[in-house]
Design a protein around this ligand. Sequence first.
Ligand SMILES: *Cc1c(COP(=O)(O)O)cnc(C)c1O
Length: 451
Amino acid sequence: MSSLSFSLLNKDTHQDSQFSIKFQVQERQFDANCAIVKPLKCNPVLSENKSSIRGVVGELLQKSNPHKPLISLGVGDASSYPCFRKGREFASETIAAVGASAEFDCYAPSYGYPAARRAVAEYLSIGVTNPSIIIRETDVFMTSGGNQAIQVSIAVLVRQHGRSNLLLPRPGFAPYEAACELYGVEPRYYDLVPQRGWEVDLAQVRYLADSETVGLVIITPNNPCGAVYSIAHQFQIAETARELGLPVLADEVYGHMVFGNNKFVPMISYAHVAPIITIGTLSKRWMVPGWRLGWLAFTDPNGSLRKVRAATEALMNVTAGPASIVQAAVPRILSDSHKEFHRNTIQLLESSADMLYQRISQIETLNCPSKPQGSMFMMVEINTKALSGIRDDMEFATKLIKEESILILPGSVLGLKNWVRLFFGVPIESLHDACDRIEAFCKRHQLKSME
Ligand SMILES: *Cc1c(COP(=O)(O)O)cnc(C)c1O
């Protein structure tokens, strides 16, 4: 090890007008006694090993039955299946957009490239029912996936560390809770009501909100329930937010992924009632989750989020957004030249959802209150009283993967005990196979007295 000593003042003569700079470089033995051996502390919020989707899924995967091929209905990623890639040309479009130019070698603008922001603004306007709602390029911030959009929006909404709270759906999407904890915001859960198509319990929202509440999170089309809220319900949500003086954080990462007669209406249609912060991503509808491209957009015709928007600009100026190369392709990817790809996706998802709902409904020990209307997920309740040796959702998931190599997500990870989430963005043949095995598993464990 070298030691370097450095003095700016001639101590012998005390003549500070005359600086002498001395460098001494000596070779010295590394002194082991100086090494730091005690464990250093970290952010306490991150030191507990909390159950995350990835953590639970990782543990379950290690238990799969080596004699049966694994079918995963556990994580929401359809991108690996060729049937879901039909007609997708995003990679070649990206190459074409970047070309040989060095433009995208440089740092991207903090809020994203203007062309990408403009493309998102135009995309967000599709299906807006109120013609007076306008969303501009400057309302949009490009982020590293939907997850960074969640992190940023929560970070900027905190008014006071440790005192603010945010209203979140239960069952919900775990990264919201994680971001709340990280930024010192208390997550407060309102229920989605299974008997009412997983609608928001607005009475409970009113009950939970207080003067320290900073926002109301809504996910539609919904992960994990597959619900798509009606126009009437969306209006009620906006009205409730207005009453409570809250912005709506509208997670629309499954926007336009709706089946049958269901219609996707962007929440910004009600921005004249309550200000809306929309969260979006390329991960789900375009099925490129590894590209890490998402966005955050303000629709705030009355300007009540002026300070929150300024805080977003400040935060984006000190954090890095998504890679320049992916942003380059955004205008092409979001253009309407991919209708066929989207149609194919919806068709596949819709037939999977229909089939899954029918098959699961026939299993005596399981209960599925409503058929998914969109997204890629369905919630199923387990009748643990009718099953022997299965006390809860965790045990159900563990035994199911041990015996049948079927991976599902235990609902307790999402805040709903004794429910499980099934992902149906898998090829229909695999889904049939998975249903056969879930059915066999449930039959095998069904209490004899219940048969
Ligand atoms: C997947 C997902 C996100 C985050 O998207 P990424 O781009 O993968 O970070 C946000 N919200 C919901 C409801 C999601 O399902």
